[in-house]
Design a protein around this ligand. Structure first.
Ligand SMILES: NC(=O)C1=CN([C@@H]2O[C@H](COP(=O)(O)OP(=O)(O)OC[C@H]3O[C@@H](n4cnc5c(N)ncnc54)[C@H](OP(=O)(O)O)[C@@H]3O)[C@@H](O)[C@H]2O)C=CC1
Ligand SMILES: CC(=O)C(=O)O
Ligand SMILES: [Mg+2]
Length: 418
């Protein structure tokens, strides 16, 4: 990162006011009458209503449009375990994206805790305040236990973005990339660098979409995950191959797909050269991918290249999912985000990339043209159609699968301006 860009990023966060979010009020508070309604004595009326029927919290408070972005800072992007406070810019960033792209109010909560159970208790104890909980940047394997426990204890959707948001966007982009490269997920040989939150969820969803588990080679910081290793947790064990291959080069030879959800610069160009013809590289580690696109494209010209970043083509990043999946889930008061809703999101994101791109999106992306192909496998985050398409598909899937607690809103047309 150049010094100039580094300073711009720091200035952006510091000025004109520190941070990226603030709270606004939605009712008039100018007169004594206003105050009598907003506070004492008027506020007692919705209090009594909610005490009598908790569902009315959706009618009288901001709960139904409010998401908590909650972390412990143990896996901040690809920067590692830097603690809760250091994660705050990322969590404020997620709140910014919820608001900007889906009109949802989101608040960041960074939790200091001693044990995993402490963290679970903290989140469970505040959950009723919110319409949904977006868990963020919590490292594996604790993230799996945390999410499962909170799904069981909370009456609102709980969604670990780094697992499922990433998996949904990866699956959408991958299906399109395979189509362009003339390959099938069923036949594809896959190398997944990383065996944490994002990796396990991405591979599980690709399997649900048709990938063969035995065609997947997963690597963690110690190398290939295989059946003779004795240091594997239960989540990694599901991806243990009965193989003599031990290194990246052993498994990448002839592979069709590389998914990187690990750390910076872990895929050398020489290894990329060993892949099959027309390979697909999703180097999704943030902020620095497993291989820089310029190096990958220098190494070979038949590759489809994606990263998690906004400054290269093909941004495979969970921002294409989490604002909209929560928009749809909250609008039908879903009690969970289930597989049907996730698959509906995959399909909606995937299909949008095949449609003509509006002028406003081209302008925001700073490009002359975009059409479905190698450099445009997935929609741009600034595409305003994402909200309507993805949230609608998710809400419908929630209703059809029985997760919704209310009917589909009449003339439902979600947008960031909601
Ligand atoms: N583009 C996107 O939308 C998203 C990208 N990501 C990126 O994915 C990465 C991982 O995030 P997340 O899954 O949440 O974090 P986790 O901490 O849960 O997982 C990190 C994984 O990376 C592995 N790893 C670390 N170093 C190496 C190495 N040298 N070689 C192979 N594997 C290695 C770890 O191995 P071990 O198990 O041995 O410790 C671990 O399995 C981050 O860079 C993050 O930015 C995550 C979510 C969304
Ligand atoms: C994008 C994101 O959530 C991550 O890199 O952790
Ligand atoms: Mg994250």
């Amino acid at each position: 990162m150049s010094n100039d860009f580094r300073q711009q990023a720091l200035d952006y966060h510091a000025q004109p006011k520190p941070g990226k979010i603030s709270v606004t009020i939605t009712k008039s508070a100018e007169t004594s009458k206003d105050l009598a309604l907003a506070y004492s004595p008027g506020v007692a009326e919705p209090v009594r209503e909610i005490a009598a029927d908790p569902e009315t919290a959706y009618r009288y408070t901001a709960k139904g449009n409010m998401v908590a972005v909650i972390t412990n800072g143990t896996a901040i992007l690809g920067l590692g375990n830097l603690g809760p406070l250091a994660s705050k810019p990322v969590m404020e960033g997620k709140a910014l994206l919820f608001k900007r792209f889906a009109g949802l109010d989101a608040i960041d909560i960074e939790v200091n805790h001693r044990t995993t159970q402490d963290f679970i208790n903290t989140v469970a104890n505040i959950a009723d305040t919110f319409g949904g909980i977006n868990l963020e940047d919590i490292k594996a394997p604790e993230c799996f236990e945390i999410e499962q426990a909170l799904i069981e204890r909370c009456n609102i959707p709980v969604f670990h973005d780094d697992q499922h948001g990433t998996a949904i966007v990866t699956a959408a982009g991958m299906l399109n990339a395979l189509e362009i490269q003339g390959k099938s997920l069923e036949q594809a040989r896959i190398v997944c660098m990383g065996a944490g939150a994002a990796a396990i969820a991405c591979m599980e969803l690709l399997i649900k979409c048709g990938a063969q588990r035995e065609h997947i080679y997963m690597l963690d910081s110690k190398g290939v995950i295989h059946t003779r290793r004795e240091d594997l947790n239960e989540y990694k064990s599901l991806f243990a191959n009965n193989t003599d291959k031990r290194t990246l080069d052993d498994v990448i030879e002839g592979a069709d797909i590389f998914v990187g959800v690990s750390g910076p610069d872990l895929l050398p160009p020489e290894s990329l050269k060993l892949m099959a013809d027309n390979p697909i590289i999703f180097a999704c580690s943030n902020p620095d991918p497993e291989i820089k696109p310029e190096l990958a494209l220098q190494a070979r010209d038949d590759v489809i290249m994606a990263t998690g970043r906004s400054d290269y083509p093909n941004q495979v990043n969970n921002v294409l999912c989490f604002p909209f999946i929560f928009r749809g889930a909250l609008d039908v008061r879903a009690n969970a985000i289930n597989d049907e809703m996730k698959i509906a999101a995959v399909e909606a994101i995937r299909e949008l990339a095949k449609e003509p791109v509006p002028e406003s999106v081209l302008k925001a992306a700073g490009v002359e043209a975009l059409s479905f192909g190698r450099d445009y496998i997935i929609p741009k985050p600034l595409d305003p159609r994402l909200c309507e398409r993805v949230a609608t598909a998710v809400a419908k899937a929630a209703v059809e699968s029985g997760a919704a607690r209310i009917e589909m809103p009449e003339n439902y047309a979600p947008s960031s301006g909601d």
